[in-house]
Design a binder for this molecule. Structure first.
Ligand SMILES: [Zn+2]
Ligand SMILES: [Zn+2]
Length: 159
């Protein structure tokens, strides 16, 4: 057992990949090598990536990667609920709690690009009511909010 302070980022990445692999299996799918590669890139980037950023990263390891294959893989991962698409920045981010379908709110820092995924039922209920009031059947329950994150604002939460 490695000591907590000795855990390298790579091993944390491996653990998360294993967890996602299990999740795929539970849903009757396989985390193939290209799918795993996309997840690994999103995991280690720690920020949303566009499909073309992903393609650049993947091509440096596997010259056969194409835009079409990256989009196919992203579609698969989104259908599985492991990856979300951010409409405002046309980028993709790993889901922080991929255990089931959920309505999400994203808080996006416009300085560093950091994204926080939140799941606030009151916001979800409010958007549903708004849709009903205006006669919209909502098919996406994703709210994207932009601003400046805590560390970019120079303040830190007390420990
Ligand atoms: Zn999510
Ligand atoms: Zn920031």
């Amino acid at each position: 057992m490695p000591k907590a302070h000795n855990v390298r980022p790579a091993s944390a990445l491996e653990r998360t990949l294993h967890r996602l692999e299990d999740l795929c299996r539970e849903r009757g799918q396989r985390l193939t090598r290209p799918r795993r590669a996309v997840l690994a890139k999103l995991l280690s980037a720690r920020r949303p990536l566009s499909a073309y950023e992903l393609l650049d990263l993947l091509r440096s390891e596997d010259g056969r990667s194409t835009a079409a294959s990256v989009y196919r893989t992203l579609d698969f991962l989104m259908a599985l609920g492991i990856v979300h698409r951010l409409e405002s920045t046309r980028s993709f981010v790993l889901c922080e709690h991929p255990d089931g379908p959920h309505w999400v709110q994203f808080l996006i820092c416009r300085r560093c690009g950091q994204v926080v995924e939140a799941e606030d039922e009151r916001v979800a209920a409010a958007t549903e009511r708004l849709g009903q009031r205006l006669g919209f059947a909502l098919d996406q329950h994703i709210v994207e909010l932009t601003g400046v994150c805590e560390s970019c604002r120079g303040s830190r939460a007390p420990h």
